[in-house]
Ligand binder design. Structure first.
Ligand code: NAP
Length: 639
């Protein structure tokens, strides 16, 4: 069978030379040239790689390898000949490339050396052999181990697909009326993904239809709906039903999963796929406001903000997207920004995808795979160094290392270059803490353009209280409002809230954790057999990658734990106490060496009230990938 990424054959009658030339104009030249390598006869490949037309380096969201317009034009003209020749030869399936060749292609396309340890990761992630290696082989005995999955968001859908492929019966319980989780709930104006969508999709479900490189919420939700439907998950899902808790029955080796309907589901394993950012946080401030007020994740679409005075509290990733989307509709917009945000320059953040891209993903061998790699690679461990604290670096209050300081300079210049005539606004929007210490935002200039509008005011203050007619900031100033928007984020450090999970010996999971949630590799918990957390403690990626990549690692690990359980006919699997404690100590020690724990950042959801980092994975992506390929039997006990 033809490799699914080898390109659907086409003829000159179906796609003329003119159409071909037009399509190539939309493409990433580095990914196109690597596709040409695949299309070429083995004896011709080396010449392409040896040509002077080669990427000059890689950078997040830089798709042209820093080639100038002339070099791009020459590369496209060259590629046109290669594609035409391949087409006229009948679009033969390309000869497979060896792992050594893959490494060569990786190094060529990013213009830098790549460590050997990344090659197997990339081979798995890109599926160049056309095989979905992460699907794993069916598990013997799986039919006796029904699984309940809590949540039909990104990670719940993924878990369902994988447990289904392994042969486990499963039910998904989802509190919303449809799938998508965060992409279902966050329908606020301007909501869009800020990881490139050709990478922000499952490795085994690439999409060729994105209309924007960073699409808006309806399109992302539709993607998850489409994958959900394609894999037939609807028949397994109970929507508009909330899990309230789960209790382990030691004698039976089962979980009883309690629903808000009063029913219980009995399962051998539970997968909690509830996300880290599912429970909105609204500050508990005194007073009351008489008009409409809502959190961004509960946007009230019945409220028309046109011509209204809107006060928005919060300027994180969400507020940053809302403001540009509503500024030209509202009478006035006042943004209360307690802490300024660092922004990463991404001029193409709102760019549309040309029609040639989808065509190339469908028809040109491995084009989509290498384009995915181009987005993945600069965010895969490359940014890690800038987040690492150099204890000898001074002053730590503004940057944590030399490279972190370089990033600070780059980000500062990006911000100030946009405001040459507005020193007052510059003073409000340039952060005073180390870069990348809080979540860095993707910026194409729309935020500062919005703040520069006459009807928009940025107030660098927090919120103190509500009045019937507005919001009072912590400097005592009243900001009159018709509508109040809380863009104040989520209860990120309250893992699994409000689930009541009772494990062995009647232990309540959230009580056991207290303010220190933990899970071995972020997935399994000692004393809570056959419980698997997705997007659990210390699994969020702050310096790169995508949360889909992290979830694919966690789900692989979860299924491999289930494999150990079912194939051994055991009742329970859980990490040993030693492995569980050791992981926690290592993860916490490592987290304290990263910028996210910086004591110079006063407000940061990356830290809890004690200054500990329980959400973020402080290890390299390649390490986490390696550790989660399968459980180490020495770290797990079966009973
Ligand atoms: P957030 O990053 O936690 O930001 C919350 C905002 O509210 C911050 O400006 C915060 O100020 C402010 N705030 C909180 N409590 C306050 C108080 N008592 N008084 C005044 N201000 C207060 O939440 P978010 O913007 O919803 O983003 C959460 C996460 O969701 C992001 O980091 C990202 O991971 C994800 N997200 C992703 C996308 C995307 O992919 N496109 C979009 C949106 C969100 P301080 O900074 O001072 O704490």
């Amino acid at each position: 069978m033809r490799n699914v990424h080898a390109g659907l054959p086409f003829t000159a009658a179906e796609f003329s030379d003119e159409q071909l030339a037009a399509a190539l104009e939309d493409l990433s030249v580095p990914a196109l040239l690597v596709s040409c390598v695949h299309m070429s006869r083995p004896e011709d490949r080396a010449a392409i790689l040896a040509s002077e037309l080669r990427p000059q380096g890689s950078f997040l969201n830089e798709y042209q390898g820093f080639l100038d317009a002339d070099a791009q034009a020459r590369a496209r003209a060259f590629a046109l000949d290669v594609v035409r020749d391949w087409r006229d030869r009948g679009c033969p399936e390309p000869e497979p490339v060896s792992p050594a060749m893959v490494k060569q292609l990786m190094e060529w396309i990013v213009g830098a050396a790549v460590g050997d340890e990344y090659v197997p990761l990339v081979l798995e992630e890109l599926e160049l052999d056309g095989a979905d290696e992460r699907a794993g082989a069916p598990v013997a005995g799986a039919a006796d181990y029904p699984v309940v999955i809590i949540g039909a968001g990104m990670s719940g859908i993924l878990a369902a697909i994988r447990v289904s492929q392994a042969g486990f019966p499963f039910v998904i319980v989802e509190k919303n009326a449809g799938p998508g989780g965060t992409w279902w709930e966050n329908s606020y104006p301007g909501a869009r993904v800020d990881v490139g969508s050709h990478f922000y999709c499952y490795s085994f479900e690439p999409a060729d239809h994105w209309t924007e490189f960073f699409p808006q919420q309806p399109e992302v939700q539709a993607y998850f709906q489409g994958v959900f439907d394609k894999h037939g998950l609807g028949d397994h899902t109970r929507f508009s039903t909330e899990v309230v808790g789960a209790t382990w029955d030691e004698a039976a080796g089962t979980w009883s999963v309690e629903l808000d309907t009063g029913e219980s589901l009995v399962a051998r394993a539970v997968v909690a796929a509830v996300g880290q950012m599912n429970r909105p946080f609204v500050p508990d401030v005194p007073g009351g406001f008489d008009g409409p007020a809502f959190h961004t994740a509960r946007w009230d679409h019945d409220v028309d903000v046109t011509g209204k005075r809107v006060v928005m509290v919060g300027a994180g990733a969400t507020g940053f997207q809302v403001a540009p989307a509503i500024a030209d509709q509202v009478k006035s917009l006042t943004v209360l920004q307690r802490t300024a945000q660092w922004m990463f320059p991404n001029p193409g953040y709102h760019d549309r995808v040309g029609p040639g891209v989808g065509w190339a993903i469908r028809h040109l061998p491995f084009y989509g795979r290498w384009f995915r790699f181009l987005i993945f690679w600069p965010s895969c461990d490359a940014a890690f160094a800038a987040a690492k604290v150099d204890p000898d670096w001074e002053p730590q209050a503004t940057s944590v290392s030399e490279i972190n300081d370089i990033v600070r300079t780059m980000f500062s210049e990006w911000i100030t270059s946009q405001l040459p005539d507005d020193p007052e606004l510059v003073a409000k929007v340039v952060p005073d803490y180390p870069a990348t210490g809080k979540r860095t935002l993707q910026d194409n200039g729309s935020w500062l353009q919005t703040l520069s509008r006459d009807n928009v005011t940025l107030v660098r203050a927090g919120v103190d209280r509500l009045e019937a007619d507005g919001v009072v900031d912590d400097q005592g100033e009243l900001h009159p409002a018709d509508v109040v928007v809380w863009a104040t984020g989520f209860r990120v450090n309250d893992f699994l809230l409000p689930l009541r999970i009772i494990g062995r010996d009647g232990q309540d999971l959230r009580e056991t954790w207290g303010s220190a949630p933990r899970a071995h590799l972020g997935v399994t918990v000692s004393g809570f057999p056959n419980l698997f957390l997705l997007y659990g403690p210390n699994t969020n990626l702050a310096s790169g990658g995508s949360i889909i990549f992290a979830s694919e690692c966690e789900v692989t690990f979860m299924v491999e734990c289930l494999r150990l359980l079912a194939e051994s006919g055991s009742a329970a699997i859980e990490p040993t106490r030693a492995a569980y404690d050791d992981w926690y100590e290592r993860v916490q020690a490592e987290a304290q060496t990263m910028v996210w724990a910086s004591p110079h950042i006063e407000h940061n959801y990356y830290k809890n009230a004690e200054g500990d980092v329980h959400g973020i994975n402080p290890f390299r992506i390649v390490d986490y990938w390696g550790w989660t390929r399968r459980p180490d039997p020495a770290d797990y006990q079966l009973s």
